[in-house]
Design a protein around this ligand. Structure first.
Ligand code: NAG
Ligand code: CU
Length: 158
C-alpha cells in the first residue's frame, strides 16, 4: 500500500507546515503592562516586534479615560479624530490585523495624541516566517509536529 503510505506522510507534512501559519497568531497587549495610556513611547514598544496578518492588538485602558481610533497617515500626523462612532471604547479593544501594510492608531480623548504622544504606528507583514528559535511555545510545537511526522511515517512504512 505504497500509495496510502505516501498519502499519510504527505498529509502529516502538510499539517505540520500549514498549521503554524494558519492557527498560531500572536496577541500583543499594546504598551505591555503599561497598556494604552499617555506619555508612553509606543514606537519604542513596537520597534522590536514583527506584526503579521492574523495577529491581534489588544488596547487596554480604563474605560472612559481613553479610546482607540484607526486612522490614516495624515490624520495620524495631525492627530485628527474621526467620527466618534468609529472609535473603540470598551477598555479592552481587540484589533485583528487583517491586511499587510502600515496601520495607525490614536487616542481620541482630549489632546492625548497631540500633546501626550498616545499614538501608535505599526507595519504589518503579510507572511509569517518559520517560528523564531527563541520562542519556546512555537519551538515546542515544531518539535512535537516533527515527532508526529516521524511516528506517522514509521506507521505508514510498516
Ligand atoms: C484620511 O482620513 C480622513 C478622515 O477619514 C479623510 O478625510 C482624508 O481624506 C484621509 N486622507 C488620506 C490621505 O487618505
Ligand atoms: Cu487617551
Amino acid at each position: 500500500m505504497a500509495t496510502f503510505s505516501h498519502m499519510v506522510v504527505a498529509l502529516a507534512i502538510s499539517v505540520a507546515v500549514l498549521l503554524p501559519t494558519t492557527t498560531i497568531a500572536t496577541e500583543y497587549v499594546v504598551g505591555g503592562d503599561s497598556g494604552w495610556t499617555t506619555n508612553f513611547d509606543y514606537q519604542n514598544w513596537a520597534k522590536d516586534k514583527q506584526f503579521y496578518v492574523g495577529d491581534k492588538l489588544v488596547f487596554k485602558y480604563q474605560q472612559g479615560k481613553h479610546d482607540v481610533y484607526k486612522v490614516n497617515a495624515s490624520d495620524f500626523a495631525s492627530c485628527t479624530v474621526p467620527d466618534p462612532s468609529s472609535g473603540l471604547k470598551s477598555g479592552s479593544d481587540v484589533v485583528t490585523l487583517m491586511a499587510p501594510g502600515k496601520k495607525w492608531y490614536i487616542c481620541g480623548v482630549g489632546r492625548h495624541c497631540a500633546d501626550l504622544n498616545q499614538k501608535l504606528v505599526i507595519n504589518v507583514q503579510g507572511w509569517a516566517p518559520a517560528p523564531a528559535p527563541n520562542s519556546a511555545t512555537k519551538y515546542g510545537y515544531q518539535t512535537f509536529m516533527a515527532i508526529v511526522v516521524v511516528v506517522l511515517s514509521i506507521i505508514a512504512i510498516y
